[in-house]
Design a protein around this ligand. Structure first.
Ligand SMILES: [Zn+2]
Length: 411
């Protein structure tokens, strides 16, 4: 087996740790931020540029690749990394989140306000419900051509084995903060039953595809904002063994009330097996990364850095701002003079302001390179600070500057 996790350093007074995840396509030094290339492409940026900016691994999405171009194409190509010219480690998430997002008609399920609704049937206005969940799986309508499809735990494993990423995720039912507690329990029990089926199908496929590199399977911890449910999920999935198979790591997913992020992660990470890596699904704002790392998260993925870059929003040590705002028209300084990225070494805010206003494609490329570098480097700096024993100081210094000026410079 070509997968392991070595912990190099663990903080005595917190759950934070520094380690290495070893995969058949190379190591990931943790804590690490893993940029997202949803459809086997980080939008507007070449894989070589992602490697240059320090990305150690890339995460793609099984739902999107299943619909287009289809898992068989990736299998024939030799797997996701080979297909997209990324030689390093790759990850796919199971598609549960995307499929279930269709079900509630929302795109940004994780960002929902916990107190707004409590209704299992709520859907966004003017949006059709595109997915239906039952105990066996999920039936959904393609957002591309309206065709009907069905994901079960077995199908998700088959799809992710063909896509061939080094780390794959169990198929879970991703709920929203709108769901009632009763529904969260039902979804969690379903996710547990599906976890067993994922482990069994994963073992069958691993044995059948013995010539392929080993793929590590991570279980997904659900339970929304409920302490009892999160702890129960961590206990059940953390200890789960089926046919001598256990999960290689864990993802913390589902509805996360951001004001409770640290508390929820702590509930789970105090219970999960210490020697397995822990991934926080879909969270990547700078302040949240600190909360994750100090509570024992090893890897993160998030589309935020690249998504906001395409709207001209960039991160800097002094906070986030929009390059297309008129104040930057004659600003001949780099986006962030403390940044070591390709964009900051070669381009000014004035140039970026111009290409965003002129809708030139290179605007997205340059801004994405900067934002991805900013986030990757920030987590790298947290890793170094843990080793140097000055994480708390580094966090206070960063957040003091970042959040202090953020308001001033954001418009
Ligand atoms: Zn930069």
């Amino acid at each position: 087996m070509n997968f392991s996790f070595d912990i190099k350093h663990a903080q005595s007074h917190s759950l934070a740790r520094v380690g290495t995840i070893n995969t058949p396509h190379g190591p990931i030094q943790t804590p690490a931020f893993i940029p997202v290339g949803t459809r086997a492409s980080v939008k507007s940026v070449l894989p070589e540029a992602m490697a240059d900016l320090g990305a150690q691994a890339l995460l793609a999405n099984a739902y999107h690749l299943y619909l287009q171009p289809g898992p068989e194409i990736l299998d024939e190509a030799g797997g996701l990394g080979e297909f997209m010219n990324w030689p390093g480690p790759t990850v796919t998430d199971s598609g549960g989140f995307q499929v279930l997002s269709l079900g509630v008609g929302f795109k940004k399920v994780l960002a929902m306000d916990a107190d707004t609704f409590r209704d299992d049937d709520v859907i966004a206005q003017n949006k059709e419900r595109l997915a239906h969940v039952d105990d066996e799986g999920v039936t959904f309508k393609s957002h591309i051509d309206g065709s009907m499809h069905r994901f079960t735990p077995e199908v998700s494993m088959q799809v992710q084995h063909k896509i061939g990423a080094d780390i794959i995720f169990a198929f879970d039912e991703c709920t929203t903060l709108h769901n009632t507690r009763a529904y969260q329990i039902l979804a969690m029990e379903r996710t547990y039953a599906w976890a067993i089926r994922c482990l069994d199908e994963h073992k069958r496929l691993t044995d059948e595809r013995i010539d392929k590199p080993y793929q590590a399977l991570f279980g997904v911890i659900q339970g929304a904002q409920y302490e009892e449910l999160r702890k129960r999920a961590a206990t059940e999935l953390g200890g789960l063994e089926s046919d001598a198979q256990r999960f290689d790591g864990f993802g913390i997913g589902g509805a996360l009330d951001k004001s409770q992020l640290g508390t929820i992660i702590t509930w789970v990470n105090e219970i999960l097996p210490e020697d397995k890596p822990r991934h926080l699904l879909g969270i990547g704002a700078p302040e949240d990364l600190f909360v994750g790392v100090e509570n024992g998260i090893d890897t993160f993925d998030c589309v935020l850095a690249s998504r906001i870059a395409r709207t001209s929003a960039v991160y800097t040590m002094e906070g986030r701002f929009n390059l297309s705002n008129s104040g930057y028209k004659r600003d001949f300084t780099p986006i962030d003079d403390e940044c070591d990225c390709y964009t900051c070494a070669h381009y000014t805010r004035a140039y970026l302001h111009h290409v965003f206003r002129a809708k030139e494609l290179v605007a997205a490329t340059l801004a994405t390179i900067h934002n991805e570098r900013f986030i990757v480097r920030l987590v790298d700096q947290m890793r170094q600070a843990l080793l140097d024993g000055n994480f708390a100081e580094m966090k206070a210094d960063f957040l003091g500057r970042y959040t202090h000026r953020s308001g001033q410079s954001s418009n």
